[in-house]
Ligand binder design. Sequence first.
Ligand code: PMP
Length: 444
Amino acid sequence: MTSLNERTDAAGHDAAGHDPADYVARAERVLPGGASGSWRSYDMEVVERTSGAHVWTAGGTRYIDHILAWGTVVIGHSDHRVNAAVFAAAQQCDLTTLGPQRGEVEVAERICSVMPSARSVAFCVSGTEATLHAVQLARAATGRAKLLKFHGSYHGWHDMLAVGVRAAPGREDRTDVRATESAGIHAASAADVVVVEWNDSAGLAEAFAAHGRELAAAFCEPYVQSYGCTPAEPGFLERLRELCTATGTLLVFDEVKTAFRHHLGGYQAICGVTPDLTTFSKALGNGYSVGGLAGSRELMDGFRAGHARGAVMDGTSNASPYVMAAARATFDLLADGGIGRLAALGERMREGLRREIAMAGVPACVTGTGGSWALYMLPAPPRNYAEALRQDSARMAAYNPRLRQLGVMEPLVSLADRRVCVATSEDDVDETVAAAGRALRDVT
Ligand code: PMP
């Protein structure tokens, strides 16, 4: 076996002449597409330092970050209060995987006190795990197999709901509601999913008329953030709730992006419609990996060991003390004015962007809620994924990199939401708005 030294020359270059400081070249040799994930390898910036609302690349460029790790960073990057809580927890007790951990009790109590659907909570590690557990729990509780979901909404990478999702990077945006997220999805699994267009009340009624009694669960993002920011039209969530109740279908709100960011109790605390089950993840950990489910005691008791019609919830790293410490600190910072600040910054951003769009005279629009927003190259907000796909994607493909050149880090994909964190300053917002104005003018 050759040692690392034997494979490099005096200047540190390897046999192929690669500069060891060039992480992109090195990554391309040892990671598929150069990163651990399709959504990472479409945007190959190497970020080496993060603080508050900003990130710095290996080349020293500073960006105002509005990707914020796709929503997991809600307080701010490398927040010293969250990190201190994590360090203290890890110093005291790392992992046991026996019985409850103190932190998990405290975080579950906090969620139950504010989230309308939550009487009982269980933690896992990611959003994908949360929705996977929700599917199994719903199937166990109802004895039914089929699932309903909405076109364009993403619920994680497992087979169960990866149908009719918004396109992954490098794949065509698709109007085909039966398209699967990935090759390798089991056809039988995909066949069990009924896909409806968001805000299509007639399509929803038809789907329930045809499949209502076979559905274990209907999944939705109560405020869609999979392809920008697309609210439910008045009455749509209420109608979905009624149809679920009438047919014995469990209503699952996938609040992976919305919970703890728009309201501590989730978007359900804002819209007034209460689901049977809630899945959550991202913002709860301020960057530390946490996911979970919430629901009634009766439903969630399906996870009890030995339950006759139960589903197994197991995960070696579920509710690890250091992650629960991050969650408790994040929750408390959000409760202590954080959520209000996100909403105020988000409003300032949306108003500023609308002004710039009007001044640039570009057929674009801005949507959003709380600290999240989306800009579409469409004259009016889309009601669903099919309408979002009609945006001027060439103009969007020019706008995103222009914004990046101007020091603002937003996703380079055509349909995506953007966000602020509590550490974002008013100046950061104003700088972003000014850069957006310039980028809009440059791409007309
Ligand atoms: N549901 C929604 C609504 C999401 O936005 C995501 C991730 N973007 C997931 C589920 C999957 O979460 P994770 O990436 O943590 O597995």
